[in-house]
Write a protein that binds this ligand. Sequence first.
Ligand code: MN
Ligand code: MN
Length: 455
Amino acid sequence: MYAKNAWKKYSGEALQQVMAFNEEYKHFISVGKTERACVNEAVRLAETKGFKNLKEFDTLKTGDKVYVTNKGKNVAVMVIGKNKVEDGLRVLGAHIDSPRIDVKQNPLYESNNFCLMDTHYYGGIKKYQWVTIPLAIYGVVCKKDGSVIDVVIGDDENDPVVGISDLLIHLSGDQMQKTAAKVIEGEALDVTLGSMPLEGEEKNAVKANVLKLLKEKYDFDEEDFLSAELEIVPAGKARDYGLDRSMVAGYGHDDRVCAYTSLMAVLDTPACEYTTCAILVDKEEVGSIGATGAQSKWFENVVAELVNLTDTYSELKVRHALENTKMLSSDVSVGFDPLFPGVTESKNTAYLGNGICFNKYTGSRGKSGCNDAMPEFMAEIRKVMDEENVHFQTAEIGKVDQGGGGTIAYILGNYNMNVIDAGIAVLNMHAPMEIVSKVDVYEAYLGYKAFISKL
Ligand code: MN
Ligand code: MN
């Protein structure tokens, strides 16, 4: 159903199902604060649903449920379909990296009784939103001996949190005259780690004390920061938002909300005509580049493996498989905000509560950089959404010439496959606390299931 409030579809047990699904989602983003954590949780969920690592298979047949990971930061889950892989897949592709603040390679310094940590932010953020809130530290420290240490500080209720300070209002005369882009500068996003000197230490005693604590708990030294990947993210779990509990407030809905719903759609759907697949990729927020971004050859390699394990291998079959694939680029869209009505055009924006949102194109300033989906493909999707009673809406990212954005759609489109953006409308996108509607989360899950099984 097009552009109608989806809450009206639900009452009684069905409504409870929407709420219960969102409890599982809240758990997913509460433990999935980094791309690595999301991959681990996705694999755990897949294994509980009977999926096995592709490495365990010599051949694949209809109904086999498999997963593949890449460097701990990508995962693909697949159910082998009735048709040949060469006939194409039905793919849901989402990203599991979110805007955040990364720790520099040489981060620690002491200043005026504080130990601080230097950072470089990741993705598009309004820097002023990230100060004076409780922050957590997640990531890995890789040591020369090959060991990889998991660091998790700030989400256990017995843990301390860290944070970034801001100037008191009393002395902000000059600061308040600055533009929002300059109020907090990138180099000022330094995280406070401590203020207690190590006993008996003369120089940099506060920093020495922090290093001692890290050594005791995690067994690494200052130089090991050189091969660490530590991410500063908002501390705390996802919460219900609104007195009616109709929304979820949490960090990283962009794009873990589409990642979770895409993942569950594949995990919960038995073998279909076509092989179904959810891929969760990294680095979307910085251009999808590198080995773990959507531009990597990784997914193409996975398709080659599928051809090889189901058929007599040929490169041409791999190319056919990619070209015959239909895909939803599962990514979030802009939710209409009544406090900022001026940036969107009311007929072509997404509203929280109106279901899964299709963006035929994204881009900015004359659709620049967009994947403009084929109208024939959009027509097929409309038909399936209506037949399966999925609430959907269409949108573009803001008013013409207001700004814009992009997703991974165009990258997979390069294989000549049909791709369209489809996801969930978000308020406060890229802020430490983003908002989604629970009914949109559920409708997206239903929409993704309809796409992979009926299209
Ligand atoms: Mn996104
Ligand atoms: Mn984003």
